[in-house]
Design a protein. Structure first.
Length: 291
């Protein structure tokens, strides 16, 4: 095998003689010599200069040694990764998420991930921003989609910036504006969406020193949009959610200087192969625009 030839060459180069290289590898001296000679024949290069005192690297050998070491390291990485993938055959992954990610990303994301790693059993817990973070803090989930900034005890990988949108009646004057401020909305009835006003929406109004006029507190974003469609006020939803909902009966206008950053969080003290695979998969999913 090529790896045996590479190992023999590296051992001989580092030891300076075939006898020590053979002892290190558990081969005979003649066996190491044959392997190195076979590699030189294969490459068409003299890698070692032989003498009565031992061996030393030739100029070509000096050039090839670091490359061959990287080949060996890469082969070890492949074997290690294969072992990790095989270990996923009976693994469970518990994911915490909030509504917009659950609706916009998870169906396709889970389908694609399951096709690659069918042995991984996935459980999803859906909640508000705070309840999802509580689930992760209490180790009731292995990872969680969160908005930044998040709790300091989490390792969070930022994924995407998501604008907040004012959802208004399509025939209202607000729908004609390219963007809206908190002052533009201050006199309008506010229909509180399912994810509430404690985080992104609350920050949007509080930074402007405005208390929104809450008219209805809805437990469902579709219901909030239905209220808007009937002219009962406005609501605020993330752009990610609105794209997934595809509601034609309302208009969406960006809020000025207001966006959230979505990330994937895991406990700083917990790491596993399935989490590394999932994080890498989610990053690729978002970066390639699949979401």
């Amino acid at each position: 095998m090529a790896s045996s030839k590479y190992a023999a060459f590296i051992a001989a180069a580092e030891a300076g003689n075939m006898t020590e290289a053979a002892a290190k590898l558990g081969y005979t001296q003649s066996g190491v010599s044959r392997l190195v000679h076979a590699l030189e024949t294969e490459l068409g290069l003299q890698l070692l200069v032989r003498s009565k005192s031992g061996v030393r690297l030739s100029p070509d050998g000096m050039t090839m040694l670091p490359l061959i070491k990287r080949l060996i390291a890469a082969e070890n990485d492949v074997a290690s990764m294969a072992n990790e993938i095989r270990g996923l055959s009976s693994t469970t992954l518990r994911i915490g998420t909030f509504s917009s990610v659950a609706i916009a990303w998870l169906p396709e994301l889970m389908s694609r991930f399951n096709s690659l790693y069918p042995g991984v059993k996935i459980f999803v817990e859906n909640g508000t921003y705070s309840t999802v973070e509580d689930l992760l803090s209490e180790s009731n989930v292995d990872c969680a989609f969160v908005t930044l900034p998040s709790r300091p005890q989490f390792n969070v990988t930022p994924l995407i910036k998501d604008r907040l949108m004012a959802v208004v009646h399509p025939k209202s004057e607000l729908a004609l504006k390219p963007s809206l401020t908190a002052h533009d909305l201050s006199a309008q009835p506010f229909i509180v969406p399912a994810e509430g006003t404690n985080y992104d929406v609350g920050k949007f109004f509080s930074l402007a020193g405005i208390e929104p006029k809450a008219a209805f507190d809805m437990g469902d974003d579709y219901a909030a949009c239905a209220m808007v469609a009937h002219g009962l006020g406005f609501t605020i939803l993330p752009e990610l959610m609105l794209k997934a909902m595809s509601i034609d009966s309302v208009a969406a206008v960006p809020l000025e200087n207001s966006e959230r950053v979505i990330g994937l969080a895991m406990s700083a003290s917990y790491n596993s192969a399935v989490l590394r695979f999932f994080l890498s998969f989610v990053k690729e999913y978002v970066e390639t625009g699949m979401g």
